[in-house]
Ligand binder design. Structure first.
Ligand SMILES: Cc1ncc(COP(=O)(O)O)c(C=O)c1O
Length: 296
């Protein structure tokens, strides 16, 4: 997104040892007078990490000294949170950046309405005005049927959210237990969202009992290995596999079992290549495809 807008993304390493979150010191070091936006996604895809009110306050104190930096909070997993009560928001913790903050949200995750393509952005009127100009030409408008459909859950009984979060929590717990029982794999409990970000670093360079490198099946996504050419490997030079708890109990257990089977170093597990590069299209290729569609 940043490159497509002719910006230069500054990706800050937020390793597992710091809960996959940025520290105020790192943020301070990353900001220059050219910095335009800070993008925060909490709870996060793919790690599930979520900032606390105290952590937000520390980031907001710092942002108060850098008023040229605009802030975009991607709050799409706001209601899918396992610990504590409501997900804190940067503006609740510290209202100061309100005049330069865009809060992005939608119905996709909370109400399982991904296909309906309804989201919204709240922010200062000058930014929203500019967005209206851009989006009404670039993307058109949200489908009226989807808009009407989205009104129902937004105004309706919210018990669906409580129930679905309870289901996600129980799937998360079961998958966590099973993953953490596998030698070479480990996973922090995510605070929210519906992903498990599994650390596969303990398997890098290891071989099966038959002497083969375990191979990654085509369905395994989001692997960044030490040998990966992906830009993310510089940021997270460990191997992670994101798995999702959003699928049905049977399918999510199946997927854990499949990972278990394929990631366990048994003689028959020659179908997983942990040392393969990321299965995703390289960012540069995706951007050059995208560029064709961006008017200059
Ligand atoms: C962090 C994050 N933000 C935004 C979105 C976009 O959601 P949608 O386009 O379905 O509204 C996703 C979807 O996966 C996401 O993970």
């Amino acid at each position: 997104m940043v490159i497509a807008c002719d910006g230069v993304p500054k990706i800050v390493a937020c390793p597992q040892s710091q809960g996959f979150k940025i520290s105020p010191q790192q943020l301070e070091a990353a900001i220059t007078d050219k910095t335009r936006w800070l993008i925060i996604n909490s709870p996060s895809n793919p790690t599930g990490a979520s900032y606390s009110a105290a952590e937000y306050r520390r980031l907001a104190d710092l942002l108060a000294r850098h008023r040229h930096v605009l802030v975009m909070t991607d709050d799409i997993y706001e209601h899918i949170r396992f610990e504590g009560h409501a997900t804190p928001h940067l503006l609740n913790a510290a209202p100061e950046p309100a005049d330069r903050l865009l809060a992005v949200n939608g119905v996709s995750k909370t109400y399982a309405m991904t296909g309906w393509r309804i989201g919204w952005i709240a922010g200062p009127s000058d930014l929203i005005g500019a967005l209206n100009t851009l989006l009404s030409q670039a993307a058109g408008n949200a489908c009226s049927i989807s808009q009407a459909a989205a009104v129902e859950p937004l105004n309706g009984d919210q018990s669906f959210v409580t129930e679905s979060v309870a289901i996600y929590r129980s799937r998360r717990d079961r998958m966590l237990t099973r993953i953490n029982q596998i030698e070479g794999l480990s996973c922090l409990p995510p605070d929210g969202a519906f992903y498990l970000y599994v650390n596969c670093d303990g398997l890098i360079g290891r071989k099966t009992a038959a002497g083969a490198h375990p191979k990654m099946t085509a369905t395994s996504r989001c692997i960044c290995s030490k040998a990966s050419a992906s830009p993310w490997s510089k940021v997270a030079p460990m191997a992670y596999r994101r798995t999702s708890a959003s699928r049905s109990q049977r399918r999510s257990m199946y997927s854990t079992t499949a990972s278990t089977a394929s990631l366990t170093l048994s003689p028959n597990s020659g179908s997983i290549q942990i040392e393969s590069t990321s299965c995703q299209t390289p960012a540069s290729k995706r951007i050059s495809r995208l560029r064709k569609w961006i008017p200059r």
